[in-house]
Design a protein around this ligand. Structure first.
Ligand SMILES: Cc1cc2nc3c(=O)[nH]c(=O)nc-3n(C[C@H](O)[C@H](O)[C@H](O)COP(=O)(O)OP(=O)(O)OC[C@H]3O[C@@H](n4cnc5c(N)ncnc54)[C@H](O)[C@@H]3O)c2cc1C
Length: 231
């Protein structure tokens, strides 16, 4: 059963062109698994009410961190315009906890993440936690954005790749390189059949990547997805 927590908004920060990160106080005793999500409920001072003051966001932060972080691609919606205006220091509500978009326990099977844009949020949490815990998972992240300026957390992934010999980071900039296709995936994942695949982000992108993976020979039972609604 989800619980409602009153938490302070500690910081708002632009982490890529058009992507805003919210750092929240972590409630005492709050535990989650990397890849899970909660609802951020904006206060009545924003003019929003129960019908429109709540959106679900994956945690960007990893469980070992002292604060909670969420990030969203900014758009012209009422919720997001209000979220951008909430001053740091305001009390907001967190309704949590949901989700099973978590890394497999088996460390002998490779894990491949194919992610576009804002779908990176739970993946940041998962890879940061695996790197922190020094697990033996062989992890490949193929992360597509139009440009480097629009790609959130690139420097974090570069740092994690330097620190974690089991982690391979592949940045794809579609404005110059084109969309992720079967050839590109096979270049970085020579054995298509064995890995577990993880796809997250707007529904259209997740569906397209799932179809592509199946076309190039992945078993659909090995594909785990998290679809972000509202995009
Ligand atoms: C598990 C999960 C994790 C998510 N994690 C993130 C995250 O980390 N970062 C992030 O930016 N977003 C995330 N989202 C999506 C987020 O909750 C918002 O829906 C999204 O950001 C769009 O919000 P908006 O204010 O821009 O649009 P809105 O004004 O809320 O909606 C835009 C359009 O989508 C439609 N819509 C709204 N809600 C739904 C719905 N539930 N089902 C179908 N259509 C709908 C509206 O009618 C409208 O046409 C996640 C969603 C889920 C389910």
């Amino acid at each position: 059963m989800p619980t409602t927590y009153d938490v302070k908004l500690l910081q708002k920060k632009e982490v890529a062109e058009g992507t805003l990160e919210f750092t929240l106080e972590k409630p005492a005793g709050f535990e989650y698994r990397a890849g899970q999500y909660g609802d951020l409920v904006l206060p009545p001072s924003t003019g929003l009410d129960d019908s429109n003051n709540k959106h679900g966001f994956s945690f960007v932060s990893a469980p070992f961190e002292d604060t909670l972080r969420m990030a969203t691609r900014m758009r012209d919606s009422r919720y997001k315009k209000a979220a951008a205006q909430v001053p740091e220091g305001t009390m907001v509500q967190l309704l949590a906890l949901w989700g099973d978009f978590t890394l497999q326990k088996n460390e002998t099977i490779p894990a491949v993440f194919i992610i576009g844009g804002i779908g990176i949020t739970p993946v940041h949490s998962i890879i940061a936690q695996a790197t922190h815990d020094k697990t033996n998972h062989k992890i490949t992240l193929i992360y597509a954005n139009r440009t480097r300026a629009q790609a959130a957390y690139t420097e974090d992934f570069e740092r994690m790749a330097a620190e974690n010999k089991n982690f391979t980071f592949v940045a794809v900039y579609t404005a110059t390189q084109g969309h992720v296709n079967g050839e590109l995936i096979k270049q970085h994942v020579p054995d298509i059949v064995t890995p577990r695949y993880y796809l997250s982000g707007p529904e259209g992108m997740v569906k397209a990547m799932r179809t592509l993976l199946i076309e190039i020979g992945a078993d659909e039972d090995n594909i785990k997805t998290e679809e972000f609604d509202g995009y």
